[in-house]
Design a protein around this ligand. Structure first.
Ligand SMILES: Nc1nc2c(ncn2[C@@H]2O[C@H](COP(=O)(O)OP(=O)(O)OP(=O)(O)O)[C@@H](O)[C@H]2O)c(=O)[nH]1
Ligand SMILES: [Mg+2]
Ligand SMILES: [Zn+2]
Length: 294
């Protein structure tokens, strides 16, 4: 039988096949492989004990894509969740997630949660940064239910994950979508309003008809490893769109004359924080490349 790993926990892999979920262990030869099984993996498995609903994973099918953080495979899209406050959004971290997830070939959308804690101006300020990127933007609140429909429409029929820092409300939003999920919601540490890493596992849950969505542990550090300097500009849609107009075909959009991207930054067509992120990531990749050559 073929199924999808929806959760890995305690040495077991919970494999969903149609409407059935079977608790499986992995064949010895699989356990020795370097590639660990992760949530989202598609596998061939056999039932070993019908009564106990236990099986064994025989084979992992080739992955169509994967992320290292959170560890997950074979997904269609990622909802990048940040909060307007508690914890405060960090644009450069948002951009970093957009870049890393884009490099993995996945569709991205932005969710700004805890809108109940934000003024109109704050909502406008954060969303305006991403207006000309083309990414879908959802303004939500797990408290008031705002944006519920937008999220449901986004998730319908797709395999998705919620990803973002600890404490932004990923689990709370999922519980709001379906109270039966009954996911654990964390407290915030009082001083700096950071999350306490409440969610520890990647776990896929059924949503709508045919959809699957995973709650994932929050994280804040993310490596750009594997992303080339040439690729970076393509991972910022508003930069990619303009790069054909630069004087030099291989323009890095930093200080070359006739750079359409730099020009657009000057005229505010490209947002300052987005351009800053681009420059910062450029430097970071460049330094890593030099270290590698040394
Ligand atoms: N005011 C407000 N609080 C929220 C909202 N969503 C979540 N919270 C609160 O934020 C805190 C953290 O929520 P969680 O859902 O546990 O956050 P998480 O993103 O799953 O965090 P990790 O599992 O640690 O990665 C809880 O105290 C929630 O009650 C919201 O829309 N508005
Ligand atoms: Mg959580
Ligand atoms: Zn340029």
């Amino acid at each position: 039988m073929t199924g999808r790993v929806i959760k890995a926990h305690g040495g077991y892999y919970f494999v969903k096949s149609n409407s059935r979920i079977v608790r499986c262990y992995a064949r010895g030869k699989l356990r020795q492989q370097v590639q660990r099984l992760v949530a989202g993996d598609l596998v061939n498995f056999t039932i070993v004990d019908e009564e106990e609903n236990e099986g064994v994973v025989e084979e992992v099918l080739p992955r169509k894509n994967q992320l290292i953080r959170p560890p997950v495979a074979n997904i269609d899209q990622v909802l990048i969740v940040f909060a307007f406050a508690q914890p405060k959004p960090i644009p450069m971290l948002i951009d970093r997630m957009l870049v890393v997830i884009g490099a993995a070939g996945l569709k991205r959308a932005l969710c700004f949660n805890k809108s109940d804690l934000a003024t109109k101006e704050e909502v406008e300020r954060l969303t305006s940064i991403y207006k000309n990127t083309g990414y879908p933007i959802m303004i939500t609140s797990a408290k008031t239910g705002k944006g519920h429909e937008d999220i449901m429409n986004f998730l319908e029929g797709k395999v998705s994950i919620f990803s973002g820092p600890s404490g932004v409300g990923k689990s709370a939003l999922l519980n709001f979508i379906n109270p039966e999920f009954d996911l654990e919601i964390g407290e915030l540490s009082s001083k700096i309003s950071r999350g306490k890493h409440t969610t520890r596992l990647v776990q896929f849950l059924p949503v709508g008809n045919e959809g699957l969505v995973a709650d994932t542990p929050g994280f804040t550090s993310l490596s750009l490893q594997g992303i080339s300097l040439g690729e970076l500009g393509h991972l910022f849609p508003e930069i990619a769109r303009l790069s054909g107009e630069c004087r030099f075909a291989d323009c890095s959009h930093r200080s070359e004359p006739g750079c359409a991207v730099h020009e657009a930054f000057i005229t505010n067509e490209i947002q300052e924080s987005r351009y800053e992120s681009y420059l910062k990531f450029y430097e970071e990749i460049q330094m890593a490349d030099e270290d590698y050559k040394r």
